[in-house]
Ligand binder design. Structure first.
Ligand SMILES: O=P(O)(O)O[C@@H]1C[C@H](O)[C@@H](CO)O1
Length: 311
C-alpha cells in the first residue's frame, strides 16, 4: 500500500477484486453474533471473502465466530444484495476499539444504507425467557461512560460529525419492520420483545451484584459487543437495527443464598432447599444460538426483503 493511499481504499480494492460485479455494491449489512452465523444460510449466490485477505481486518478468536465477509442475495425475487460479517471482533480479544468497528466503516464505504447487528446476550429482565429475541431500542454502555468509546480520536472522514446524537440510534422504521415480520411469520408475542442492551467489556460474565445493578439501571439484556458497532454505524450515517437473542438468564433467583442461614438451618436440623444460581458458559450461548438461529434468520430475511420498499 502506498503511504498516500487511505487504508479504506486498500480494503475496498481487495474486497472488490474478489467479487463479481453484481455483488460488489451491497445494500444491507448484517453482523452475525455468537452462534448466529447460520444467517448466511438464507443468502443465495454466496461469495466469501476471508478477513485475512482484507487490509485492516483481523481474525476473530472467539469460538462460534468465523472470519469472513459473506456477500450474496437475500429475500424474495432477485433478492437484496447483502454483506454479512461471519464473525465480529470484541475489545476483550485484545483488539483496539478502532479495529473492532473497522468492518462497519468498510461496509458503509461499500455502499450499505442499513445494518442489522445481532448478538447473543444474557437476560437481565426476569420477564424475558431464554430463546426470546429482543429488538434493542436503547443501550447503556458502561465502557463508553468510562472512556472506551470507538469514536474517540481523529475523525476518519471529513464528512463525519464530531458529536453524534444517540436519542434516535435504533431506527424506528426498521424496528417496526421487525414486528411486522413477527406477525407475518405468525410468531407468538413472547418470541419477540423490545428492550435496553447493556454493553459490558467482558470477557467475564456478570457477578450476581452486577446483574442486580444492571437490572436497577433499567437494563433488559447484557452483552459484550454491538454498541461500538452501533456508534460507528451511526457516525457513518447508517440506519441501525440491533437484535439480541437471549441465550441465558443472568439475574439470580430471589432468596439466593445466605451461607450463614444455610449453616444455621443445617445445625437446627432443617436444611434449606435453595435454588442454585445458574453458571453460564459460552457453549450454552452457542447452543442456544443454534437452537433459535432459525427464527432470527427468518425474521431478518423478511425484513431485508422489505427494506428497499421503505423509502
Ligand atoms: O458477539 P456476541 O455479542 O454475540 O457474543 C456474546 C458476547 C461474548 O462475545 C460471548 C459470550 O458468550 O457471546
Amino acid at each position: 500500500m502506498s503511504p498516500a493511499q487511505h487504508p479504506f481504499d486498500a480494503a475496498l480494492a481487495a474486497i472488490k477484486s474478489l467479487l463479481p460485479h453484481n455483488l460488489s455494491e451491497p445494500r444491507v449489512g448484517i453482523v452475525c453474533g455468537s452462534g448466529l452465523g447460520g444467517l448466511v444460510d438464507c443468502m443465495r449466490n454466496v461469495v466469501l471473502v476471508p478477513y485475512n485477505k482484507i487490509p485492516g481486518f483481523v481474525e476473530s478468536t472467539v469460538h462460534g465466530h468465523k472470519s469472513s465477509l459473506a456477500f450474496g442475495f437475500m429475500g424474495p425475487g432477485e433478492g437484496v444484495p447483502v454483506v454479512a460479517m461471519l464473525g465480529r471482533f470484541h475489545p476483550y480479544e485484545g483488539h483496539q476499539i478502532r479495529t473492532v468497528v473497522y468492518p462497519i466503516r468498510v461496509m458503509a464505504k461499500l455502499g450499505i444504507k442499513d445494518i442489522i447487528i445481532t448478538n447473543a446476550a444474557g437476560g437481565i429482565n426476569p420477564k424475558l425467557s431464554v430463546g426470546t429475541i429482543v429488538v434493542i431500542h436503547d443501550h447503556l454502555a458502561l465502557p463508553n461512560l468510562t472512556g472506551l468509546n470507538p469514536l474517540i480520536g481523529p475523525l476518519t472522514s471529513p464528512t463525519h460529525q464530531r458529536f453524534i446524537p444517540l436519542s434516535d440510534a435504533y431506527s424506528p422504521s426498521l424496528r417496526r419492520l421487525m414486528f411486522l415480520a413477527a406477525h407475518h411469520l405468525s410468531l407468538d408475542d413472547s418470541a419477540l420483545a423490545e428492550g435496553t442492551y447493556a454493553w459490558v467489556s467482558g470477557p467475564t460474565y456478570e457477578t450476581p451484584a452486577e446483574g442486580r445493578f444492571l437490572r436497577l439501571a433499567g437494563v433488559d439484556v447484557v452483552g459484550m459487543s454491538t454498541v461500538p458497532e452501533v456508534l460507528a454505524a451511526r457516525e457513518e450515517g447508517l440506519n441501525v437495527m440491533a437484535l439480541s437473542l437471549v441465550t441465558n438468564a443472568v439475574v439470580i433467583p430471589e432468596g439466593y443464598r445466605s451461607i450463614r442461614d444455610e449453616v444455621n438451618a443445617e445445625l437446627a436440623g432443617k436444611p434449606m432447599d435453595l435454588p442454585v444460581a445458574e453458571v453460564v458458559s459460552h457453549e450454552e450461548v452457542l447452543e442456544m444460538g443454534k437452537a433459535k438461529g432459525e427464527v432470527m434468520m427468518k425474521l431478518v430475511e423478511w425484513v431485508v426483503g422489505e427494506i428497499p420498499k421503505m423509502l
